[in-house]
Design a protein around this ligand. Structure first.
Ligand SMILES: Nc1ncnc2c1ncn2[C@@H]1O[C@H](COP(=O)(O)OP(=O)(O)O)[C@@H](O)[C@H]1O
Ligand SMILES: [Mg+2]
Length: 256
């Protein structure tokens, strides 16, 4: 389990971007990180992946402080897929192989190559192995970055808005895959999402952030019309549909 305890972070030592944030990323669970633009969601993921170092609080993985782990050790535990993965002039196979970096000693082994080949097959990317990343669609690109993250064979997966710019089928495919990773492969997932209905459908833990801190944290029970109004300033109705909640915005007139 990743335990985030009373985390505070500031870029300028003047105002807090994360203010006393606590939550957990548990194996077999998908945590949705929700909140307005600029609330600190990406910063939180970057602190967990040690790109940023919080001034206060602690982050532990299975009771070990992340600060005590080497870069390689951390990369074997946590895979992080940032918000905007750059489309570069790298081939798909090589991009996924990069995920093996924490395991490669001197040279790339047959096992590394087999892992990449299997992942390409799993994500239906085999035909794209020698394509360049900048020749892929948004959906294909997102599968490549997910495949690279899985090549790391992590225990925890951090995803920053992985469904942005994807068509509905691709959004569901990606989130279904991620949910399966959590439920069947015991991986702990934290995922920043803006689509509340996708979050409710595929995630089982929710962190609602407001004013750089935790507004509410827990199971789907915390997603109420009142909470959404407080956090997003949006009036909604919540309908029970099969086993999930569906959020429907009310006919409110907002001023631009
Ligand atoms: N590198 C940076 N330097 C200074 N401020 C930053 C930096 N990155 C983000 N911020 C600020 O920190 C706040 C939180 O940003 P971010 O975590 O990216 O928000 P979110 O992902 O929730 O949209 C924002 O006010 C943003 O402007
Ligand atoms: Mg962000």
């Amino acid at each position: 389990m990743i335990n985030i305890d009373s985390l505070s972070f500031s870029f300028d030592h003047a105002h807090l971007v994360l203010d006393n944030v606590s939550c957990r990323i548990e194996p077999q669970h998908c945590l949705a990180i929700l909140g307005n633009n600029g609330v600190g969601k990406s910063t939180l993921l970057k602190c967990i992946n040690r790109i940023y170092h919080a001034q206060q609080g602690s982050i532990t993985i299975n009771d070990t402080d992340i600060d005590t782990l080497s870069k390689k050790e951390l990369a074997k535990q946590i895979a992080y897929v940032p918000q905007n993965s750059l489309a570069t002039h790298t081939m798909v196979f090589d991009a996924v192989l990069l995920g093996r970096k924490p395991y490669i000693q001197w040279d790339i082994s047959k096992q590394d190559k087999n892992i990449v080949t299997d992942l390409l097959e799993k994500f239906a990317l085999t035909a794209y192995a020698s394509r360049y990343l900048n020749e892929l669609s948004g959906g294909e690109m997102q599968k490549v970055v997910l495949a690279r993250a899985m090549a790391q064979q992590p225990q925890f997966l951090l995803l920053d808005e992985p469904t942005n710019n994807l068509d509905p089928r691709n959004q569901h495919e990606i989130l279904q895959y991620v949910q399966e990773l959590a439920h069947k492969q015991q991986i702990g997932v934290a995922i920043v999402l803006h689509d509340l209905n996708l979050a409710l459908r595929y995630c089982d833990r929710f962190l609602l952030m407001k004013n750089s801190t935790v507004y509410a944290y827990g199971s789907a029970e915390i997603i109420t019309a009142a909470a959404i109004n407080e956090v997003y300033g949006l009036q909604v109705e919540i309908i029970e549909h099969r086993d999930t909640k569906l959020i429907v915005p009310c006919d409110t007139k907002y001023n631009i």
